[in-house]
Design a protein around this ligand. Structure first.
Ligand code: SAH
Length: 539
């Protein structure tokens, strides 16, 4: 809403009051204003020119990009054109990169690019059909700026004609904005419907096992994935990861301390995010790095890579690694930071295994190459009272029925190392170069060697990560309570009843980790401890 009122000038003191034929008046006012003062900012540099025609001519002459030609190459309709303009402005895409985009693989498909990147962008107001419909045979940019520019100018004059009167230009803009908003609303509605359908189908498949519905469920999973990837589009999640020094410096040290591993290698950075690991790999001597990410953060990565003059060595591809086609047949190394809470939450390792089996050359390596999951006993009576016994007396009322819900959810939090009452025990080791998908769901017996006589109130889980394979300088990091804290913290599984234990005792149990069929990116973890069994969800 705020953006829309900004666009129309509402809220600006100089805006005339709307009454009677207010719409006409407002458009008239806007047009007068734009005729007198509006400049058009170039798509590729900071220059402002006095008309759309001049700007597009300047794009041809200075940046060797004929926008009309780009429209034709990618068969863009009005929406496609609007998205392209906003994409160029948002990502500050260079002319060269724009020319390299292959038909059918445009990076501005997201509805996100319907939103104007610039207020009152006159480049969004041209009549596309008019421009392209009367397009003369292409005059190549290589034919010289003047000829290309002239052709563009002629086409534009035809189109800008439609913009000359206040009513036509203003109305066209308003109509387009309205259409864009309607399209967006329709897309959101569809999304909502598909989500409801998905929930129903997943339940049905889980109970009936009907194979007929599987295709649809797969499609609907994509929809869930959309939410997952859109969460990675926001800067804050990347800020948190980059500021996690244990994590980021481990990847950095592994790469920079082992240049012999990277020298002249082709590297795939799966889930490149801001591009940080791709840039470390380039610094470590990789010949070529390909970063892939489905999240829109990759547009920032494009900027970041250019700002650091690494575009010759780092190529970024937007898409799911399962869907894109990479510019190389095979890679020597796959690096990825795929780890989720309790290691396997998010299921991103599935994508790493896909990429490994599809792209890794014979003798190549996936890094990190090994991860382990560990459990430890916790004795924190105060925390247990706070979370569980609390419900027995809430302002004098018994709310004990609430305990069940609390117990069913694992909590991601920092465990005070002083409350640990056993040695940690590894329950699963994952060798990333050889593990297969089915091994990511498992059952393990465990044995916790108790170090203090206390009530055991919870089991905490954490994971350790190793960069070992063929490295002269091995690197590892731990997410355990006794190590420096990371953004993964620890995962805490509260016991329903505190369990008295004695130092020297071995607390034996069984843990099962599997994907939640209703949401395959989340996990179900079941503990069998003495005569009790409790399943926790992690979401
Ligand atoms: N490598 C970056 C970001 C790690 S977060 C860093 O270390 O800071 C994981 C990233 O992987 C997210 O940006 C997410 O969008 C991306 N991702 C997850 N699964 C993917 C898949 N199947 N294909 C492409 N990108 C994926």
């Amino acid at each position: 809403m705020a953006e829309y009122s900004d666009l129309t000038g509402a809220g600006d003191d100089s805006t005339p009051e709307l009454s009677g034929s207010e719409d006409d008046e407002q458009w008239q006012w806007m047009e007068d204003n734009s005729e007198n003062s509006q400049q058009v900012t170039c798509l590729f540099c900071d220059r402002s020119l006095s008309s759309v025609a001049d700007t597009l001519q300047h794009c041809v002459a200075e940046h060797q990009v004929d926008i009309v030609d780009v429209v034709k190459t990618h068969s863009l309709d009005d929406y496609g054109y609007i998205k392209m303009i906003n994409f160029i402005r948002t990502t500050r895409c260079a002319g060269k990169s724009l020319r390299e985009i292959q038909p059918g693989a445009v990076p501005w498909e997201s509805e996100h690019f319907l939103r104007p990147a610039l207020e009152d962008d006159l480049l969004l107001q041209i009549d596309l059909e008019e421009v392209c419909g009367r397009l003369a045979p292409r005059v190549g940019a290589q034919a010289g700026p003047s000829s290309g520019g002239q052709a563009t100018e002629e086409r534009l004059q035809l189109a800008v004609g439609a913009q000359a009167g206040p009513s036509s230009g203003g109305q066209a803009t308003e109509e387009r904005l309205q259409l864009a908003e309607e399209a967006l609303a329709r897309a959101m509605e569809d999304l909502h419907r598909v989500k409801l359908l998905a929930q129903g189908l997943v339940m049905n498949v889980a109970s009936s096992g009907s194979p007929g519905a599987l295709g649809t469920v797969a499609e609907l999973r994509e929809d869930e994935d959309e939410a997952y990837f859109s969460s990675y589009g926001h800067y804050s999640i990347h800020e948190e990861m980059l500021k996690d020094k244990v994590r980021t410096e481990s990847y950095r040290d592994f790469m920079l301390l082992n240049p012999d591993v990277f020298r002249d290698k082709v590297v795939l950075d799966l889930g490149c995010g801001t591009g940080i690991l791709s840039m470390f790999a380039a610094r470590a001597g990789a010949k070529k790095v390909i970063g892939v990410d489905q999240s829109e953060i990759i547009y920032q990565a494009m900027d970041i890579v250019r700002s650091n003059q690494l575009e010759d060595r780092v190529t970024l591809v937007k898409g799911r690694v399962e869907d894109v086609s990479l510019p190389v047949e095979k890679v020597d190394i796959i690096i990825s930071e795929w780890m989720g809470y309790f290691l396997l939450f998010e299921s991103m390792l599935d994508s790493v295994l896909y990429a490994r089996d599809r792209y890794l050359a014979e003798g190549g390596s996936v890094y990190p190459d090994r991860c382990s999951i560990s459990l430890v006993a916790v004795g924190d009576t105060q925390k247990h009272l706070d979370r569980i016994a609390f419900w027995e007396d809430v302002y004098g009322f018994n709310m004990a029925c609430m305990k069940k819900g609390v117990l069913q959810e694992a909590a991601v939090e920092l465990v005070n190392p002083h409350t640990l009452i056993s040695d940690p025990a590894v329950v699963q080791v994952i060798e990333c170069n050889s593990v297969c998908l089915s091994e990511l769901e498992f059952t393990s017996d465990f044995c916790l060697k108790i170090t203090a006589s206390k009530d055991c109130t919870a089991i905490a889980g954490h994971f350790d990560v190793f960069f070992d394979r063929a490295c002269s300088n091995k690197v590892m990091f731990s997410t355990g309570a006794q190590a420096t804290k990371t953004h993964w913290k620890q995962t805490v599984f509260l016991l329903e009843e505190p369990l008295p234990v004695t130092a020297g005792e071995e607390l034996r149990g069984k843990v099962t980790v599997r994907k939640n069929r209703k949401d395959p990116r989340s996990l179900l973890v079941t503990f069998e401890l003495q005569d009790r069994k409790q399943t926790y969800s992690l979401q």
